[in-house]
Ligand binder design. Structure first.
Ligand SMILES: [Zn+2]
Length: 328
């Protein structure tokens, strides 16, 4: 037993679903103290946990009503319609500490809600099957315009993508991961392609259909993506970076959207990912490190893209399962 505990990496040659569910049970019950510095991202950590459980088909173990109430408690509410023209954004705050009074933050013009945590909140609500019919989506959509710049980008965010929560309304969201992996082009490419796909500028599965795109240079992009699968079988974020668990999703996800998954060496990628599978459940960024939620989530997502049996399929561009995206 002692030798097992000093060996955090599995020699199991397969995806250990039961162990991953036990890892997520622990994260759901109580986050380890290592996450204290991430308190401001509490909703995002919850999104990683719950979307992971959804991919693994294990959502039955959570208290959905309690989580919905907890998530909704982070929404910033306007006092009246004039507030929507005040320049503020009325989305979701990232955590309890970010609800401290604005005066305490010495910025009375800011309610501290932001796009990244708003994405996490909406994604969780979708995953849990929340009924959005009584939800104040208008305040989010209208106040989000306050963040948009003349060049089309949005303030204080790296990139935005669209989260459809019902057939009539849409919202957005952000690549939350920029707090974790900066300077990567694989993640930025995912956000660009997913955004274009959600806005209808590129068709789904272009490569399989043999259709060209008027907005992106598919051959150049495909060539660049294919060069991201490293010699060890994993994916890197850009040239001269080591392969890393999360890029199996960022790069693999773009290939999935474009219909290029057939160009991935899937066996090599599986073998590479397994070197980061922990005996405690979850995945690490690199072999030899302890597992954490971010890389675990993208490890599970990558295995879903690899069509691991018993895992639920992903709606790649939204970052939630197809089941959650369809509202079923
Ligand atoms: Zn990573």
């Amino acid at each position: 037993m002692a030798s097992k505990l000093t060996q955090p990496f599995s020699i199991d040659p397969s995806f250990d679903k039961d162990r991953h569910v036990r890892f997520l049970d622990m994260m759901y019950e109580l986050l380890p103290s290592d996450y204290e510095s991430q308190e401001i991202n509490h909703l995002t950590l919850a999104y990683f946990t719950l979307s992971s459980l959804d991919i693994l088909g294990a959502l039955d173990r959570v208290d959905k009503e309690a989580i919905v109430a907890w998530v909704l408690s982070f929404q910033a509410h306007k006092k009246d319609q004039d507030d929507l023209r005040s320049g503020q954004f009325y989305g979701f705050l990232g955590s309890r500490s970010s609800q401290f009074p604005a005066d305490a933050l010495k910025n009375s013009n800011c309610n501290s809600s932001h796009l990244a945590s708003t994405y996490s909140a909406l994604a969780i609500l979708k995953i849990l099957g929340y009924d959005f019919s009584l939800f104040d989506s208008e305040s989010i959509l209208r106040s989000m315009r306050n963040l948009q710049q003349s060049d089309g980008s949005h303030m204080m965010v790296a990139l935005v993508y669209v989260l459809v929560w019902n057939p009539m309304a849409f919202s957005f969201l952000v690549n939350i991961m920029y707090t974790y992996d900066t300077s990567d082009t694989g993640g930025a490419t995912y956000c660009a392609i997913a955004s274009l796909r959600l806005m209808g500028f590129i068709e789904d599965d272009l490569l399989s259909k043999g259709v060209s795109s008027s907005i992106i240079d598919i051959p150049v992009l495909l060539d660049w993506m294919m060069q991201r699968q490293a010699a060890d079988g994993g994916f890197q974020g850009r040239l001269n970076k080591p392969s890393d668990t999360c890029y199996a999703f960022w790069v693999g996800g773009v290939l999935k959207i474009l219909g290029g998954s057939k160009f991935v060496n899937k066996e090599a990628l599986r073998d590479s990912l397994l070197t980061c599978q922990s005996v405690y459940g979850g995945f690490s960024k690199f072999p030899g490190e302890l597992p954490e939620l971010y890389h675990s989530y993208y490890g599970f997502s990558a295995y879903s893209l690899l069509e691991e049996p018993t895992l639920n399929s992903l709606c790649v561009e939204l970052g939630i399962t197809k089941r959650a995206a369809s509202g079923s």
